[in-house]
Design a protein around this ligand. Structure first.
Ligand code: CP
Ligand code: NVA
Length: 316
């Protein structure tokens, strides 16, 4: 079997997404005791900061019996100009899987194309699929699923918004995105999602939030956009999720934020700490879904990588 990657939610069928969430739920419930990564090493290549992604992948690898290796791109030769395709081929000779967080999505695709081992996208400027897998598990736990549900995205049409569009397209729920003009999600991803689900973009946060079952937001300036922070603060004026906006949502609506949160910008402290907030469960779920993902992609006896005495490596 060829190795498989997880670079986007669209890399998995809806059925496969369901299977990963089922496995994650079993892991969370303590019903999964296997150690499919025993004897394996997973490299975690980070070009951007991280609290949740790094720690949950490292702990998850350890809990599955494997050895996590944090690799800052600053310390790798990659940071001094070694091509990603060379890095991919070399790392594939040592590792059983790679998690990567970087800027350009193309770089992750390039890595996956040249790596002989599974690659997982730990966030790019375009997508953050591991986070939305965790969000979907949280929605399923809190609301019983997404059939007939309305999800509102308030704020920047960023990597998270793009990934929620892919989720809506794959799973068929309603997604309403409220963002200022000029900060819309990726056009191509939006059109793709629109051909499969009820997704829309408005400039009115109230319109998106009214009757919604999930209210979702994220920072106004993502990693790499620090220089735009002030301009964005002005552009996003009026897009803060506060109690008034939450009051327009469905009665038992949940509030999600992938974190880190900037209280007083995209969300108030009251909403973060309030009764609708599920942000800590959401953060915990990163661990469970990523363990399920690693068990699925890297847990087999073969992961596209050469095993001792079994012929030539598939590394190109
Ligand atoms: N939500 C998320 O990916 O957090 P980190 O940037 O801390 O990994
Ligand atoms: N949109 C944010 C998400 C952080 C987890 C960023 O890319 O910085």
């Amino acid at each position: 079997m060829p190795k498989r990657d997880f670079l986007a939610l669209t890399d998995f069928s809806p059925k496969e997404i369901g299977a990963v969430l089922d496995m994650a739920a079993a892991m969370k419930a303590g019903k999964y005791l296997a150690r499919p990564l025993a004897g394996k090493a997973v490299g975690m290549l980070f070009a951007k900061s991280s609290t949740r992604t790094r720690v949950s992948f490292e702990v998850g690898t350890y809990q599955l019996g494997g050895h996590p290796m944090f690799l800052s791109s600053r310390d790798l030769q990659l940071g001094r100009g070694e091509p990603i395709r060379d890095t991919a081929r070399v790392l594939s000779r040592y590792l059983n899987g790679i998690v990567i967080r970087t800027y350009a999505h193309d770089e992750v695709e390039d890595l996956a194309r040249h790596a002989a081992v599974p690659v997982i996208n730990g966030l790019t400027d375009l997508l953050h699929p591991c986070q939305v897998l965790a969000d979907l598990l949280t929605v399923r736990e809190c609301l019983g699923g997404w059939k007939g549900k309305v999800v509102a995205w308030i704020g920047d049409g960023n990597n998270m918004a793009n990934t929620w569009l892919q989720a809506a397209g794959q799973l068929g729920f309603t997604l309403r995105i409220a963002c200022p003009e000029g900060y819309e999600p990726n056009r191509e991803i939006f059109e793709w999602a629109k051909s499969r689900a009820d997704v829309s973009v408005t400039e009115e946060p109230e319109e998106a939030a009214r009757g919604a079952h999930v209210i979702n937001t994220d920072v106004w300036a993502s990693m790499g956009q620090e220089a735009e922070a002030e301009a964005r603060r002005l552009a996003f004026h009026g897009y803060m999720v506060d109690d008034n906006l939450m009051g327009l949502a469905a009665k038992n609506a949940i509030f999600l934020h992938c974190l880190p949160a900037h209280r007083g910008e995209e969300v108030t402290d009251e909403v973060m700490e309030g009764s609708h907030s599920r942000v800590w469960d959401q953060a915990e779920n990163r661990l469970h879904v990523q363990k399920a993902l690693m068990a699925t992609l890297m847990g087999g006896s073969r992961s596209g990588k050469r095993e001792k005495g079994k012929g030539k490596s598939k590394t190109r």
